[in-house]
Design a protein around this ligand. Structure first.
Ligand SMILES: Nc1ncnc2c1ncn2[C@@H]1O[C@H](COP(=O)(O)OP(=O)(O)O)[C@@H](O)[C@H]1O
Ligand code: SF4
Ligand SMILES: [Mg+2]
Length: 324
């Protein structure tokens, strides 16, 4: 039984150039206790996918144009804000991309963690405080009881990210979505945070979606990976398979520029060109202008995700050649 099913999800934004699909026909599922990595360059639609699941995109300009999200057997797409609120927190927790902008500078971190718990559970003040301390302790903040009264600016970037994780975990969600949880952090802290997420999965059996542009993070943490390009899923497979035998030229390019988790060097540019904006996507395969394997037929139709091996699918007209 899956914890989350995303089926043919298409999210559109109204822009000056008309309505454009930020993500298109995105499908995947997640089992309890499983870690799914979503990877792709900046602008590929990872955050829009996460925010569509959470029902957190402003509408307008955003709109779920097709498809659905099912969590724990219940369809979430189409629910009102009031119906979604009790699901966020105890059902689905999210760690956002920007820890500083997501924490309120005028409240202590303790007040913010307790407020999150209070929104979903009735606890006596002492129990509330004890839970907040326990959460900070769990995410590895030393002297948690004393740090509770600190304000966000009194903490380092790594500690703020831990506070964000504590807030997301305070209601013990069954699904945690972590959107680039370590991007702004140095490599040592990055590795610690990823270890923490994996420990929490082992302890609580949470399903976790880790969003990143870093294949190294995927290698370290995920069971399965979804590769996105220009709003579409272009490859999906168990992690070992992706690293052994990627079946999409874009994934191959991504793997050639894997930054190491332990080495802080700038990203190599192995894929020439840039991701097209949603309103300027080429016809046919969206990767064609950058693809060394492109053929004339590639610009005539959009390649659909096709299952090529057990649990391994790719959206490329030439994927079969790469598979053999
Ligand atoms: N509020 C918005 N209005 C219009 N377009 C948006 C908005 N938010 C995101 N997009 C578009 O959706 C696409 C995917 O963005 P996003 O999901 O943030 O990418 P990622 O998280 O993979 O870096 C981008 O091309 C971006 O231009
Ligand atoms: S469909 Fe063609 S252009 Fe697209 S990735 Fe495959 S080979 Fe390259
Ligand atoms: Mg993003």
């Amino acid at each position: 039984m899956s914890l989350l099913d995303v089926e043919n999800l298409t999210t559109a934004f109204m822009t000056e150039r008309g309505e454009v699909n930020a993500i298109e026909d995105v499908s995947f599922s997640l089992k309890p206790g499983e870690i799914l990595g979503i990877v792709g360059e900046s602008g590929s639609g990872k955050s829009v996918t996460a925010l569509s699941i959470m029902g957190l995109l402003p509408s307008p300009p955003a709109r779920i144009a097709a498809g659905l999200v099912r969590f724990d057997g219940r369809v979430l797409t189409g629910l009102s804000e009031r119906q979604m609120q009790p699901i966020r927190g105890p059902g689905i927790g999210m760690i956002f991309q920007e820890p500083m902008t997501s924490l309120n500078p005028v409240f202590s971190i303790g007040e913010q963690i307790m407020e999150t718990i209070r929104a979903h559970e009735r606890l006596a003040p002492a129990a509330l405080r004890a839970r907040a301390i326990a959460m900070l302790d769990k995410v590895g903040i030393p002297a948690a009881a004393r740090r509770l009264d600190d304000y966000p600016h009194q903490m380092s970037g790594g500690q703020r990210q831990r506070v964000m994780i504590a807030m997301a975990l305070a209601c013990q969600p069954r699904l945690l979505i972590a959107d680039e949880p370590t991007t702004a952090l140095d490599v040592t802290i990055q590795a610690q945070i990823l270890d923490l997420l994996m420990d929490l999965r082992d302890e609580f059996g949470m399903g976790i979606i880790i969003i990143t542009h870093n294949m190294g993070v995927i290698a370290e943490t995920a069971d399965r990976v979804l590769v996105m390009y220009a709003g579409r899923v272009i490859e999906q497979a168990p992690v070992a398979r992706i690293f052994d035998q990627p079946l999409h030229p874009y994934t191959r390019g991504l793997l050639e520029c894997v930054p190491s988790l332990t080495e802080d060097r700038p990203r190599l540019v192995a894929i020439p060109g840039t991701l097209p904006e949603p309103s300027r996507r080429p016809p046919g395969c969206r990767f064609a202008p950058r693809c060394a394997m492109a053929q004339p037929a590639c610009t005539e139709a959009v390649p659909l995700l096709e299952s090529l091996q057990a649990e391994h699918s790719a959206a490329c007209f030439r994927a079969r050649e790469l598979a053999s």
